[in-house]
Each structure stands twice: as structure tokens, then as C-alpha cells.
Write a protein that binds this ligand. Structure first.
Ligand SMILES: *Cc1c(COP(=O)(O)O)cnc(C)c1O
Length: 453
């Protein structure tokens, strides 16, 4: 059976249930699976004809063995992956997989929807319930809230700075209702974050079963390996060993780690192109073997990738035999040669990003948003430097819907991206949110009044 160890290696291994509920290991490390299961030849042969949900259940089964029976896993995947995953052909070898058809129109739905269901299932089995508290500066709140929407045993409360989120971002959180509530504060994201932290540390609130369900949870990483297998199976003879190039727009490198898991599980991958914006800590690390975080992170138009110290880097280092702690100190260097053979890292600045949106639209009839454009520019650079790879199937993971960036895209291409139903629906729904002052006692009273059993 697979167990989960901490990348800091100073606490015992746990099973998946504990890893999911703990989020982060007690020594501040990140959980990693051991051993990494192999994709069977049988599965590689059948993958092409499986639905996304069935493929997800088959790939995740070894990771969840002993915690979720197969029927339960299949049900969770069927429920989580009930939307389209379009693969758009660009030319003879290149295509774009659009991971933007979920409820928040971003690829984070793939991870969050599985994690939400998995954690919900566990707390129900244990006859517990959880109150998920999360502070957001914009997008994370709606991803977390959507992940837990309608999940029995869980209530979610999102705090957001009323004057710092866009109208669309606000509506994505405040129109959900059901088990998701929102609190608006007249302060900054840091004020929201501080109240949440104080609540977690408050002994008076222990009875509320507060939990954070943050982005480094192993429950978000595992399902991100599935779409690599899905895409490759549709484009290449993976059972026969035909290799695929992937390009992954990267910020915290959770998406990329899904690809690394797929690769280490035996998916024939030629190269993972990892493309960052100007926050180039990882491309520099691959080049020099030295790691230096970028503080503060740089503001780029691909704003979901404005990360100066990527949290999943410790997992990447671990996967290649090294050890990096939560502060970014490299205690044992990884096998850099191996890492460079699997990964090609590249940094794309905002000018290149905008030019790529324009050129892709004009020359290829391909509509990209800023994150995807970073990935496309990275792929182009990789192929230019590796002409021998020109015939390999290559797939860009487009991580957000172009309609999330209507102004930028219209200014460059003249085209107005059509909003998907997930973004249109929120316009018609009623908003609910509580307004509180930036004051811990007021927040605490609100929690006790609303959530005490
Ligand atoms: C979060 C996000 C990314 C970056 O993903 P990581 O897993 O953090 O590397 C890229 N694009 C979009 C649209 C995102 O929301």
C-alpha cells in the first residue's frame, strides 16, 4: 500500500486519510507518495477509450487504496469530473488542452473538486464535520468554495477584502450559497489572512473544527496527474511508448508536479516544458543548480503565476533525490542532470506574453489568455532549440478561460472571448455576504454565533 512521507523527513509516514486531513506534515514538509505506482500496460492500452472520470478513478486507485473503496472512488470522480475537456488541434503536431470548463473556469477545478469530495467523505465517515476557513485575494476563495459546495459534512467560510477583488471575483464567491458563506472586510488581503490565522490559534474555537484545505494538500496534487495521461492517450500511442511534449504554465508548480508524477508512473513523456512569467526562480535553479527565491514576487499579467517562492519546488527536489525545506534551503541537491533531461524551464516576460496572444490569434487562429500564452511561448522556444522534436506530439495545458481576461485579449486581438456558462450564470444570481469590521472580536463572535453546535 502507498504511504505518504514528509519532504522534510522528520515525521513518520501517514496514510492518505491523514495526509488529506493534515494538509501539511507536522515538520512543515509536504506529503509525497511512496512508492509511486506504475501505470499498467493494460491501462495505457485502454486509456484512449475511457471517459475522463473512469480514467481518473483507474489512475488514482493505487493512491487511495485502503482509504476509499473503488466504487466510492469512481463515484467521487464521476461527480467531480462532469464537464468537458476539449483538446483543440492547432497544426499537425501541436494542440491545446483547455482545462477551463469547470465551475471557476480554471484548471484548479480539477484538483479542488477531487480534494473537496475526498475530504468531505472522510469527515462524514468519522462522524465529524469541518469548517473550512480561507482568506482570499481573489481567485483561491472561489476555487476552494466551489470545491466544497454541496459537500455534506463541510461548511466553508471565505473572507475577502471588499475593495480589492474584482466584481466578477466577488460574485464567484458570494452567489454560491448552500454551505458556503462569505465575509467582506473593509481592509486588505493581509487583514483577512491575519483574522483567519488568529482564529486557528484561538483555543475558544477548537469546538468548531476549523481546517484550511490549502493549495499544498496532497489531495490537489494527485488528480493533476490524470489529464496528462488523458491528453497523451488521445494523441499518441502511449502503450507503444510514443512520447509526448507537454507545456505547463507554472507558478507554484503544482500543475507541473502532476506531470512529474505521470512521468515517474511510466507515461512516455519526451519533455515537460515549464514556463514561468518574469518570476523565474525555477528556470534559474534548473540552469545554475542554485536556488534563490524572488521577494517580493513580480507583478505580471499572468497574475495567478506571480509566485516568487513556489511551494511545490520542495516536492520536485524530492522527486529527484534532493531535499529542500519550507524556507527554500537546499540541504541535499537533487540529480540536476536527470531533472534537466525531463524538464525544460523557460521564463517569458509580459511583452512576449502579449505578443504571443496576438501572433497565436493572427497566425494560428488560436485564442490564448495570458497564462496559456506563457506556456505557448515556452513551447515555441523549446521546439526552436530542439528541431529534432518537431514531429513529436506537443500539448499546451491552457489553464484559464480567455473570457476571464476580456479587456487584455480584446485590446490585442480585437476578439471578444465568449464567456462560458459558469461565468455567465453568476451574473443572474443573488449575492450574499456579511460585512464585518477588521476586528478579531467581531469576527470571533460571528463565528461562534453562526457555527456553534
Ligand atoms: C494557479 C494557476 C496557474 C499556476 O499553476 P501552479 O500549479 O501554481 O503552477 C496557472 N494558470 C492559472 C490560470 C492558474 O490559476
Amino acid at each position: 500500500m502507498i504511504s505518504y512521507y514528509s519532504t522534510n523527513r522528520s515525521v513518520p509516514e501517514v496514510d492518505l486519510a491523514d495526509a488529506l486531513l493534515l494538509g501539511q506534515a507536522g515538520d512543515k514538509g509536504l506529503f509525497m507518495p511512496s512508492p509511486i505506482p506504475r501505470l499498467s500496460v493494460d491501462l495505457l492500452e485502454k486509456a484512449r477509450d475511457m471517459t475522463y472520470a473512469d480514467l481518473a478513478a483507474a489512475i488514482l486507485a493505487p493512491y487511495t487504496e485502503g482509504v476509499f473503496p473503488m466504487t466510492v472512488l469512481a463515484e467521487m470522480c464521476g461527480d467531480a469530473y462532469n464537464f468537458e475537456i476539449p483538446i483543440e488541434t492547432v497544426d499537425a503536431t501541436r494542440c491545446v488542452m483547455r482545462l477551463d470548463q469547470g465551475p471557476t473556469a480554471s484548471f484548479k477545478d480539477f484538483a479542488a473538486r477531487f480534494m473537496g469530495r475526498a475530504i468531505g467523505r472522510l469527515v462524514r465517515e468519522r462522524n465529524q464535520d469541518l469548517l473550512i476557513l480561507t482568506a482570499t485575494s481573489g481567485d483561491t476563495g472561489s476555487a476552494v468554495a466551489n470545491a466544497f459546495l454541496g459537500v455534506d459534512g463541510i461548511r466553508a467560510l471565505v473572507l475577502f477584502p471588499i475593495n480589492e477583488v474584482s466584481e466578477r471575483q466577488r460574485k464567484q464567491m458570494t452567489t454560491l450559497g448552500d454551505n458556503v458563506a462569505t465575509v467582506a472586510l473593509p481592509g486588505k488581503f493581509d487583514d483577512c489572512q491575519a483574522l483567519v490565522k488568529q482564529a486557528f490559534a484561538d483555543p475558544d474555537l477548537v469546538g468548531l473544527n476549523l481546517s484550511s484545505a490549502n493549495s499544498i494538500n496532497i489531495g490537489r496534487l494527485l488528480p493533476q496527474s490524470v489529464y496528462y495521461v488523458y491528453a497523451a492517450s488521445r494523441l499518441a500511442d502511449i502503450a507503444g511508448g510514443e512520447k509526448v511534449v507537454f507545456s505547463v504554465p507554472s507558478g507554484n508548480f503544482g500543475d507541473m508536479m502532476g506531470g512529474v508524477l505521470a512521468l515517474l508512473s511510466g507515461l512516455p513523456v519526451e519533455r515537460l516544458v515549464i514556463a514561468t512569467n518574469a518570476n523565474d526562480a525555477v528556470p534559474r535553479f534548473l540552469e545554475t543548480g542554485q536556488y534563490q527565491k524572488i521577494v517580493p514576487s513580480l507583478k505580471c499579467i499572468s497574475n495567478a503565476m506571480n509566485v516568487g517562492h513556489p511551494s511545490n519546488l520542495a516536492r520536485l527536489v524530492d522527486a529527484y533525490g534532493g531535499q529542500m525545506d519550507e524556507l527554500g534551503t537546499l540541504n541535499t541537491p537533487p540529480d540536476m542532470d536527470n531533472m534537466r533531461r525531463d524538464l525544460f524551464a523557460v521564463s517569458i516576460d509580459d511583452d512576449q506574453t502579449l505578443n504571443t496572444i496576438g501572433a497565436a490569434y493572427k497566425d494560428l487562429n488560436l485564442l490564448l489568455e495570458p497564462h496559456g500564452a506563457v506556456g505557448w511561448a515556452g513551447l515555441t522556444q523549446y521546439l526552436n532549440q530542439h528541431p529534432d522534436q518537431a514531429a513529436a506530439p506537443a500539448i499546451l495545458l491552457e489553464t484559464a478561460h480567455p473570457a476571464k481576461f476580456p479587456d487584455e485579449i480584446q485590446a490585442i486581438t480585437g476578439a471578444v472571448p465568449e464567456a462560458p456558462p459558469s461565468l455567465l450564470n453568476i451574473e443572474r444570481k443573488k449575492e450574499h455576504y456579511e460585512e464585518l469590521p477588521v476586528d478579531y472580536d467581531a469576527f470571533k463572535n460571528h463565528l461562534i454565533r453562526t457555527y456553534r453546535r
